[in-house]
Design a protein. Structure first.
Length: 251
């Protein structure tokens, strides 16, 4: 069976829940809108006057704050409005480009996050800036068979969403993606070059459904596989449209 795209995910706000897509146009900068925003905590060094990529430790993140997994963002590019909700409760909503609306959103998020805000939350965003874990505009790809294999070896129930990949592929043998670094892969109408495996951290311990730390995924990887990697990063070589069900073929 050929590998195919099983799921496509965009994460508008770093560490918050993702939005499931059925198709998207990949660009040279990656998946549009992914990690376009982040919640900079008061103890970090993110400068809103000169917005630029910063390491994840400058932002409220899942490693420290598991309840972020309960927050669902929705971003409307046409209007520029970002809404962050927990279930039916809207936590913050507004247009980040408007200073007054952004300030209201930051006040609401600071009150909601409490101690996790570590002071005043700043809604990080910047033209052309993506607040991914690495500074390069890379796409993250997760092999569903690798997730299944780890779950079987470790005796865990693992949802691929723990690994927050942009693309979840199925039909490839377990861990076969680790043979791909340095090679090109055709994904739907796009071509990507696989860069390197993704090293995992304690953010994967958080259950995306319950927002509870319920599995030592990093420890399970170390014990079962002798490494702490899951998934691979890819750079876009040739932009194009991709959709769920599209083939994923090593060139």
């Amino acid at each position: 069976m050929a590998a195919t795209i099983n799921q496509i995910w965009c994460f508008p706000v770093k560490s918050l829940a993702g939005q499931s897509l059925t198709r998207v146009d990949l660009t040279s900068a990656g998946l549009p809108g992914d990690r376009q925003f982040a919640l900079a905590h008061g103890a970090g060094d993110f400068d809103p006057q000169t917005p630029a990529w910063r390491p994840k430790g400058n932002f409220v993140n899942l490693v420290r704050t598991a309840e972020l997994a309960r927050l669902t963002p929705a971003y409307a590019p046409d209007s520029g409005r970002l809404t962050i909700a927990q279930g039916d409760q809207v936590i913050a909503s507004g247009r980040p480009v408007e200073a007054s609306e952004r300030a209201e959103m930051e006040a609401s998020l600071t009150a909601f996050l409490g101690d996790a805000a570590r002071g005043q939350v700043r809604l990080a965003w910047g033209e052309g800036v993506a607040f991914t874990d690495v500074p390069a505009p890379l796409l993250s790809i997760i092999n569903l068979e690798s997730v299944r294999d780890l779950a079987s070896r470790a005796g865990l129930s693992l949802d691929a969403r723990r690994f927050r990949g942009n693309l979840v592929i199925d039909g490839l043998r377990p861990w076969g993606e680790f043979d791909w670094p340095g090679r090109q892969v055709r994904v739907g109408g796009a071509v990507v070059k696989i860069v390197e495996p993704i090293t995992r951290c304690a953010a994967t311990h958080v259950n995306p459904e319950t927002a509870v730390r319920d599995a030592d995924v990093v420890g399970a990887l170390e014990r079962a596989m002798g490494h702490v990697d899951m998934g691979v990063y890819a750079e876009i070589v040739s932009p194009g449209e991709i959709a769920t069900g599209d083939p994923v073929v090593l060139i």
